[in-house]
Design a protein around this ligand. Sequence first.
Ligand code: ADP
Ligand code: MG
Length: 458
Amino acid sequence: MSEKNNFHIVWDEAIKQIRAALDEQEFYTWFNLDFVEADENSFVVAVPSIFYQDQVKKRYQDYIEIKIEELIGRKPSLKLVVKDQNPLPLPDGAEPEPKRQPSRQKSLPKNAHPQLREDYSFDNYVVGENNSFAANAAQAIARNPGKAYNPFLIYGGSGLGKTHLMQSIGNHLHADTDLKVIYVSAETFTNEFIESIQGAERAKTSFKNRYRFTDVLLMDDIHFLQKKEGTQEELFYTFNTLYDAKKQMVFTCDRPISELKDFNDRLRSRLGQRLNVDLQPPNYETRCAILKKKAEASGISIPDDVIDLVSKNISTNVRDLESALHTLTAYVELVGKPITVEIAQQRLKDVFASPRQSNLSIEIVQRVIAEKYNISTSDLKGKKRNSSIVYPRQLAMYIIREITEYTTTEIGSEFGGRDHTTVMHAYQKIEERIKLYPSMDSIIQGLIRAIKEYSAKS
Ligand code: ADP
Ligand code: MG
């Protein structure tokens, strides 16, 4: 290991000891310090603001220097640099304040992780057949990070619980171990990366170090990295460093990684090399269980027939279930009356009536194709296998995949609950046909035009 890494370890060890010595509240208030670089004469760390820099200097500079001296046998000087200076001038006379995570100080327990939602825990995660494999794998990882499954990739449509499950791993490890956990969305990672390459050398090093010297990296929504070659490459190097050091990595994605477009092949194969599991929409029973659990957690009593009504009518994903529950909860709280089936019907009628946008546009493609090929949409979605139906069905899947952002999992479920591999297969079949018959191209373009016109009208 290079000497530089050794100093990073020294820093971490010093911080660990300081954390053990100080009151937790105090530690969390004043030790938001990011290691930047070091040699035996000086340690450079980044702080969030000038005010913070002053305070840490006054209160802890000496203390930290002595801690390091105990570890390496000589006293270095501690240099505090400001991470991202607040560009807005303060109004006259206003006292600058340290940046704080607003809720951490009050409501969250002392030990909460700054980037993780505390309620995203295994305890709050309802396990059903749609997610049991993913949930079990996540628990195995939380018990055995870096060993069981590395990297771990969770994929599936929006609102199905990817972030919740990923953060459950983080919360568990943060509470039960001394491991350093970083949670970051791919979008934030991208923005930080762009900022770092625009900044001074130190900013670059600080960015790289932050992600390459963590014990656990949780990166959410990596589909965001499509077309972002530079960030993909940076992640590739981060990945290799962490992988070689046997550090646990968890990623989420809204589709199987084989379906990411404009994505670095080396990174794709790294991400796919271990455990990839998908989350499916919950079935009726799981939807009921989720609603009950969430209602209980918010201290609201919802009768079983209302739970049944909501579970039957909202099958898309857990986020939609939750928002229906919020609507009902708000009613109970404001009106102070218990909820009944009639009231729930009335409060949620818009939600029940309008098919989601996602179904809508898939539906439009299905309608236009069915009409052009003189078959019914239920045949198109159904099980019949004669070629007069199979071909338009494949064509519809192909076109949806070409002109929308839906994943093959989502498309499959709109075609009578087919598997995403069926959609992939259909896509390939049509691609082969296009190669064989160049006229296919103009047929498809014509269909796409018709679909767009139809969609503009409706
Ligand atoms: P995704 O990241 O896949 O879009 P989230 O993890 O943000 O989805 O989940 C959306 C909401 O649904 C969150 O509030 C989450 O707590 C809740 N949720 C999802 N799956 C479950 C589950 N199995 N049990 C309890 N709550 C869930
Ligand atoms: Mg998410």
